[in-house]
Design a protein. Structure first.
Length: 135
């Protein structure tokens, strides 16, 4: 587990944006709208960046050492494909129903990550990876 988990990325207008250390993503919501932006603690300033979806780094990496974020699509061997998400019990890999090959609908992220587990995309840039089994 990587101890530097407070890293974020955001999906904004068809583009994935990665934030370096020193940035904090935030969202504010009122009755009708949700605004997202960045807070720069060192400058004590907030910048709104339109409508964006902020995703957090899980603290884990795939077999290539690539950071695993919320919304990533992982493949373990030739058997399982799932989406990383947060639930009440922590980070999990959810297996879409049409891709289930046995009774498992999901795994704890740490138990899913094995030597052969790789990130094959994410739900924003590669949603097609969840429509059928990847060979």
């Amino acid at each position: 587990m990587d101890e530097d988990r407070l890293q974020f990325r955001a999906w904004n207008s068809g583009k994935m944006i990665y934030f370096d250390k020193g940035y904090v993503g935030f969202m504010t919501t009122d009755e009708d709208t949700t605004k997202a932006g960045l807070f720069f603690p060192m400058m004590n300033k907030k910048f709104y960046m339109g409508s964006m979806l902020v995703m957090q780094y899980t603290g884990s990496k795939d077999k290539h050492g690539t950071r695993v974020f919320d919304g990533d699509i992982l493949q373990r061997g030739m058997e399982y494909i799932g989406v990383v998400k947060w639930d009440d019990d922590g980070w999990v890999v959810s297996i879409p129903e049409h891709l289930q090959i046995d009774m498992f609908t999901g795994f704890k992220l740490n138990s899913f990550l094995q030597e052969e587990t790789v990130i094959i995309g994410n739900i924003h840039e590669n949603p097609e990876l969840l429509t059928e089994r990847v060979a």
